[in-house]
Ligand binder design. Structure first.
Ligand code: FES
Length: 100
């Protein structure tokens, strides 16, 4: 009986771990150019948090995105966004995630 209980515990733990790791992988990434735009990261996180996307969208810093004279520069869903500010980011994310 104890072996059977232990087996059930490990099976349940396995499925919990699989669920947690798959939800972490499911988070989408938005990339910000670290060299020219990293000072925008706190504002990005604020917008993401205000839209309730903190579990859905993850900010990652990256190397130069090729538009160095037009900060803030972001990459999202294989598209480059230049001259970003909070208002533009908020509009872009609302559109991308269909938030009213
Ligand atoms: S340094 Fe930011 S786009 Fe090149």
């Amino acid at each position: 009986m104890k072996v059977y209980t232990l087996f059930l515990f490990f099976v349940a733990a396995f499925f919990v771990l699989v669920f947690l790791s798959s939800s972490a992988i499911a988070a989408e990434s938005i990339y910000i150019c670290r060299p020219c735009s990293r000072s925008f990261i706190p504002e990005m996180n604020e917008v993401i948090s205000n839209l309730g996307l903190e579990d859905t969208l993850q900010v990652k810093a990256t190397s130069c995105l090729g538009y160095c004279d037009e900060p803030y520069v972001l990459k999202f869903r294989d598209q480059i966004y230049r001259n970003m500010d909070k208002a533009l980011l908020e509009a872009m994310l609302k559109d991308a995630f269909q938030i009213e």
